[in-house]
Design a binder for this molecule. Sequence first.
Ligand code: IVH
Length: 687
Amino acid sequence: MGDRANTHSDPAKRAAELRDALRRHEHLYYVLDAPEISDTQYDALINELKRIEDAHPDLLTPDSPTQRVGGKPADGFKKVRHSRPMLSLDNAYSAEELADWDRRVRDLAGNLPVEYTTELKLDGLSVALRYEPAEKDGARLTTGITRGDGQIGEDVTTNIRTIRSVPLSISAETLKKAGLPQGFEVRGEVVMPEAAFLLLNEEREQQGLPPAVNPRNAAAGTLRTLEPSIVANRRLAFYAYFLLVDGEYWPQGQAATLDALTTLGFRVNPHRGRVDSVDDMMRFIDAAEAKRATLGYEIDGVVLKVDSHAAQLRLGYTGRAPRWAIAYKFTAKSGITQVRAISVNVGRTGKLTPVAELTPVFIGGTTVSRATLHNADFIERLGLLVGDWVRVERGGDVIPKVAEVIEDADHPRGTVRFAFPKVCPECQSEVVRVEGEVDYRCVNVDCPAKLRESLLHFGRRGVMNIEGLGDAVVQQLLDRGLVHSVADLYALTEEQLAALDRFAEKSAHALFEEIKKSKQAGLARLLMGQGVRFVGERTAELLAQEFGSMDALAAASAEELERVEEVGPRISQAILEFFAQPANLALIQSLRDAGVIMTAEKKQRSSQLSGLTFVLTGTLPTLTRDEAKKKIEDAGGKTAGSVSKKTSYVVAGEEAGSKLDKALQLKVPVLDEAGLLALLASPSALH
Ligand code: IVH
């Protein structure tokens, strides 16, 4: 970041500097996976740039790193015709099929030498990104288009911009290095990494929404979201694999294309190779399959492409696919088995989940005897009857799923239509389906299944974190009538625990200590433990920080609740309803009586003052210089020894000397101690 003092007087120059630095750091982080600065430092840079752009709107450029997030919601997507059709690929499923293809390729290529590039087949959706000459020099991203029907796609530029591994602009120098003109098109795959997918489904579950089926659907749905800030949060990734100039493929061949894309700053999948025999293709394929589970994103095969452009031209196209490329598809590990029954699980919130009880079948190394059916709609969509034969798949992941109903001479259809129960299978009270929701719920507050699941949830990692409070223990505690609510956990004695089946004294002691320790988990975790609908980890944390105590939260109005980031009417309503239930208030009281902490340490949000530089001068009335400095730094601000134009605030006390004069001269805002404290309490008050 260097010395900024001498450039600060020229906001245009500083903005340009910041943009360059941010682009470099984005590339290091998102493309090369090798960050040089911390997230906080990155935030400080982007905040500084935002401030300059706010103060000088004329300096704002559409390719500025500040423009990735928070774009305006679109009101639909424009249709755009592709510069050349986005075709599909023919598939092969075996070495024999690859050998056939290789023979055809070599026949048609005649005297042209044939080599292949091998790439992973990423399970996402393909998009085309157009770059056009930027105002001064270089190129900038102008349009991002989905594949659509291959001829016409949808303009999803605002959403594409939020993907950090997509360069918004490319310098003239870089273009020169890659040997490209200012206008070109990049094609590749948008994928949702597994971690982002899991997070998304956790959120959806908390919101009472059905889970997204797989990362590809989730990525496709995300790209078609009309709210770019949502897209920005979903952390999509883009891997580039084609480069087109004037609607023609880059003439230097596929391997050189991938190199050029790397030079341009795109993320190119590192698992690639060059082969010239079917044996080597199979070696690459086997290695890819072996890596599949640990990649962190889904792949469904390997793509083989004839490397040379001359050979590609000679081979040409069939109607739907190039003859010069083929997809080797992994076959999902699947098995066929019979659905013996459909049972229904009751969750902590009373949600009823149908589960297929299967005749055990051995798939991909494990015996599968149950598979989730998600909800009534899912069963409906499959058209599943009890007694049906189904194909159960285990993909790269662990959870088996019912892929389809089989119907042929050997596998006659079942006969019994599954009727979703009208009463809870655990407590026989009525179940309801809330208008607009897919799930049925048991609404009995005393449902034993809910208690069991609540106890399990309460003890989970990330909630109250009580190690050792697993299925078997909880079931015994319930069977022995030792607990009737989560608060009863705190009344358990070591002797009671030691008396449980298969419990040694040592583990009883450990569990006892774990339960005791959990009293200190703090308000946010306790809120999660209560299972307030829609309140997940992040919301719980924000609520705890804002209100500081259970009492303050319980007393908050809808309006006050909605002042918290991420809390809208739906969440505020759920919180109000939660605190309106006498049973919940009684439980909170019991927890309080048991000594469970009901407050949160109000943490300083460390990015509060990020990007701001303070100079302290003179003697403050109550804080020492070091205390003031620590407070500023804890909140993400910086302190400096001397005043310059880049100083955000001077904090002046008694007998402030030349630094105060300098501040006045440079028109740097001056705060007293009270002003500093006010800024720390609410940074928006003064900006
Ligand atoms: S080449 C005309 N390369 O697979 C060439 N496609 O089944 C088609 N895909 O629509 C694209 N990884 O969405 C190519 N390394 C890769 C790929 C890849 C995934 C997808 C792409 C395409 C589909 C065809």
